[in-house]
Design a protein around this ligand. Structure first.
Ligand code: 5AD
Ligand code: SF4
Length: 439
């Protein structure tokens, strides 16, 4: 392998979930702190980090084609690092198959990127997929990102072992970051201009810690503490598991004004036998009861969810139960996916894998129902007044885009700046956004 010089510019490309987006931001801050510059749009970068996702579909194949596309016209390539969950799951294979890749770095090891880059620049090919790495966050530079809405990873990993899911294998066991580190990081983000913080975790509502007085607290306690930061206006959290939805967290939705009325609570399916085969440890009924309790605490809350269609063994009747679930809950938003067998997960080798045409048809029906409900939710918001957090300029002159408390995109015109909280009346609804008028 040829020696290359230490990179001066970098690009981090993140795929997949918000936790990957967060990791990508922290990698960028880490590389920036080493004196490297982020390459602009369309500019050639000396170092490219592909921060990959392994949750569905042919993620690894996509990584190989991305690597191929990075080759320059003269046959050279940038220094390529494959990071994220594909790196964790298939690191060795990537090193064998893609000779241009110089570094493979798992989600728990990316704080060691600088030393890996040093070695890779000297001609070595380096793999680091060690986990867990409690030291990771402590070894990263302080937050520098400036944005009105910021992510903060509070919890990583998963012990739930849903039978279709790779997360417990790629991200490891559940760990909660310490309370004081989170308050410090939140304070930094607020100092840089964040008005809204979204707490992230694969099982964010499983977060536990000790507050400043040494008392054991859960996510509700963390939310209550963050709400005390004067310049922070909004707190959100995602993604939650139904089994970790405590009474205290539900109560926080009625008691903490800064906690936004939005809950992403995946159900995955509406049929009990399928939920059992998925190892979800809740039933359709217990999920519906839980949502009822959340709605009692915060009647206007927007509920969102995730669904998988075509899990092995899913009959027409099972799928109808999923459609029934949608009709019962009336989601404000939801993500739905075709089941994708993930190597190494129990469901991948189950009998009765479902034909792709069947999955396609089910997915279409499900998505039509979800879009119907999303539009109905947005229409029901018309006439409400609320605050919108301004996130960016719109396409038209003087137009701004922001988010309502229910995470809807709203657009309006006026003389504002990113990060402003603007009181608006919601005027007209589409399935994906609303128009608004400043009050
Ligand atoms: N196939 C399809 N969808 C999946 N998800 C997780 N694993 C799979 C899989 N193997 C979906 C779930 C989860 C979301 C993040 O991705 O709905 O909630
Ligand atoms: Fe995956 Fe289930 Fe854990 Fe969510 S709860 S990350 S779906 S194993």
């Amino acid at each position: 392998m040829n020696k290359v010089s230490i990179p001066k510019s970098f690009r981090v490309k993140s795929f997949g979930c918000q936790m990957n987006v967060y990791d990508g931001e922290r990698m960028a801050e880490l590389l920036g702190a080493q004196g490297m510059d982020a390459a602009g749009e369309g500019e050639d970068a000396d170092l490219v980090v592909l921060n990959t996702c392994h949750i569905r579909e042919k993620a690894a194949e996509k990584v190989y084609s991305d690597i191929g596309r990075l080759r320059r016209e003269d046959g050279s390539s940038p220094l390529i690092a494959v990071a994220g969950c594909v790196a964790q799951a298939e690191g060795e294979e990537i090193m064998k198959r893609a000779k241009d890749v110089r570094m493979v770095v798992g989600p728990q090891a990316y704080h060691r990127l600088p030393e890996m880059i040093g070695k890779a620049s000297a001609g070595e090919r380096v793999t680091d997929t060690d986990m867990p790495a409690e030291a990771k966050f402590g070894a990263l530079p302080a937050r520098r990102k400036r944005a009105p809405s910021a992510f903060l990873t509070v919890q990583e990993g998963c012990d739930k072992f849903c039978t279709y899911c790779v997360v417990p294998y790629t991200r490891g066991a559940e760990i909660s970051r310490p309370f004081s580190d989170l308050i410090d990081e939140a304070q930094k983000l607020v100092e840089q201009g964040a008005r809204e913080i979204t707490l992230l975790g694969q099982n964010v509502n499983a977060w536990t810690g000790e507050d400043a007085k040494g008392r054991d607290i859960g996510l509700d306690g963390l939310v209550r503490e963050l709400a005390k930061l004067p310049d922070l206006a909004r707190v959100r959290y995602t993604t939650s598991h139904p089994n970790d939805m405590t009474d205290a967290l539900i109560a926080a939705h009625s008691e903490v004004d800064k906690l936004m009325p939005y809950l992403h609570l995946p159900v995955q399916a509406g049929s009990d036998p399928i939920l059992a085969a998925m190892n979800r440890s809740h039933t359709a009924e217990s999920y519906i009861r839980l949502i009822e309790r959340v709605r009692e605490a915060r009647p206007d809350i927007a509920i969102s969810g995730d669904f998988i269609v075509g899990f092995p063994g899913e009959t027409d009747a099972d799928f109808e139960a999923t459609m029934q679930m949608v009709d019962t809950i009336r989601y404000a938003a939801a993500f739905s996916f075709k089941y994708s067998p993930r190597p190494g997960t129990p469901a991948a080798t189950m009998d009765d894998q479902i034909a792709v045409e069947v999955m396609d048809e089910r997915l279409q029906r499900l998505q039509a129902a979800i879009t119907r409900d999303q539009l109905a939710f947005n229409r029901a918001s018309v006439g409400k007044t609320c605050q919108v957090l301004v996130e960016r300029k719109g396409r038209r002159e003087g137009q701004w885009l922001g988010k309502t408390p229910w995470l809807q995109s709203a657009h309006f015109t006026g003389d504002y700046a990113v990060g402003d909280l603007v009181e608006v009346e919601l005027l007209e609804a589409g399935p994906n956004s609303l128009s608004a008028r400043v009050c």
